[in-house]
Design a protein around this ligand. Structure first.
Ligand SMILES: [Fe+2]
Ligand SMILES: [Fe+2]
Length: 319
């Protein structure tokens, strides 16, 4: 949402931070374990071929096979998004009956609160939103539903202080990364929808992903500059050279005008990318989440099914 060069640079930095931290912190193994366990349960039931109900045929009430393909893919993505947020909520979110299953980690929660005092509440609320997203979409086309299991984290990551803070900083950036995906995915896929009610579903859920993204964008900007003494992960001061300036000023979270459709038009503040379905928005999401390490340890079958769902969603054409 910023000018091209700075945006690319910023994305590089974020990607590097995420990758470095994932290569060396135990959070990845934590996520890997979580998703692997989930794979044996809900994902298996909801996504793998044998567990998917035969609803791929056209419904009598005006849904095309393209509409169904888009909903199926979004349901899969929302299940995965929910699983991710549940894991954060279990350790860093408010523990209550709306999002049950966690125990909370006082030290991790305190480190997250360095970014913003509201972090536990926001993590909780984002998790609740994701549960509502997949539950609703599942109910609408009749997908099977289920829950992902909770995963505990070992105590070795709670010290030293800059290590647990680096983990919380990484979370702060990761939150934005995940929600950025949803922010682009819904407007991209909406362009392939035929049925007006399905379009309404996408247009109603999509902007909540954008609300999530902007919130986490704001919190990531509060991540303190530090170097993790256990693995060398560096969080730079984004308000100092060679960063700094309006494009990097971390309290500024409104979009910046950029190129849209053609460089012959004036710059405009938009959500991007939003290429139409058929150009790879869904497949791109799976690729990005795979590169993020979310599916490490998953079976070939799981990835094949997820990619089939994505390709079918991308192939949907309005008509
Ligand atoms: Fe969502
Ligand atoms: Fe989301």
């Amino acid at each position: 949402m910023e000018h091209n060069a700075q945006q690319a640079q910023k994305e590089d930095i974020m990607a590097q931070n995420t990758q470095h931290s994932k290569a060396s912190s135990s959070r990845r193994s934590f996520l890997r374990k979580g998703v692997a366990v989930a794979g044996a349960g809900t994902i298996g039931a909801a996504l793998l071929a044998g567990g998917v109900p035969a609803f791929a045929k056209e419904r009598s009430d005006g849904l095309t096979s393209g509409d169904v393909a888009i909903l199926r893919f979004l349901a899969a993505i929302e299940i995965l998004e929910t699983d991710l947020w549940r894991q954060y909520n279990e350790l860093g979110g408010i523990q209550d009956s709306e999002v049950p299953g966690g125990s909370g980690s006082a030290k991790y929660t305190a480190a997250l609160q360095v970014l913003d005092g509201d972090m536990p509440q926001y993590i909780h609320d984002n998790t609740e939103d994701e549960i509502s997203h997949f539950t609703f979409i599942n109910a609408y086309p009749g997908l099977s539903t289920g829950q992902f299991p909770a995963i505990p984290r070992h105590d070795g990551d709670l010290a030293p202080k800059d290590h647990i803070q680096a983990i919380a900083n990484t979370a702060g950036f990761h939150f934005g990364f995940i929600e950025q995906g949803g922010t682009s995915l819904y407007p991209s896929l909406a362009q392939g929808v035929t049925n007006l009610e399905v379009l309404r579903i996408l247009l109603s859920i999509g902007p909540t992903e954008t609300a999530h993204f902007q919130t986490w964008h704001d919190k990531a900007g509060n991540a303190p500059a530090l170097t993790d003494p256990t693995n060398g992960l560096v969080f730079p001061d984004l308000n100092a050279a060679p960063f700094g300036g309006e494009d990097f000023q971390t309290n500024l979270i409104m979009p910046e005008p950029t190129v849209f459709l053609s460089r012959t038009f004036p710059a405009v503040s938009i959500i991007r990318p939003t290429q139409i379905a058929g150009s790879g928005g869904a497949v791109g999401t799976v690729k990005a989440w795979t590169a993020d390490g979310l599916f490490i340890g998953q079976s070939r079958e799981f990835l094949a099914v997820l990619n089939q769902l994505a390709e079918a969603a991308d192939a949907a054409r309005r008509g």
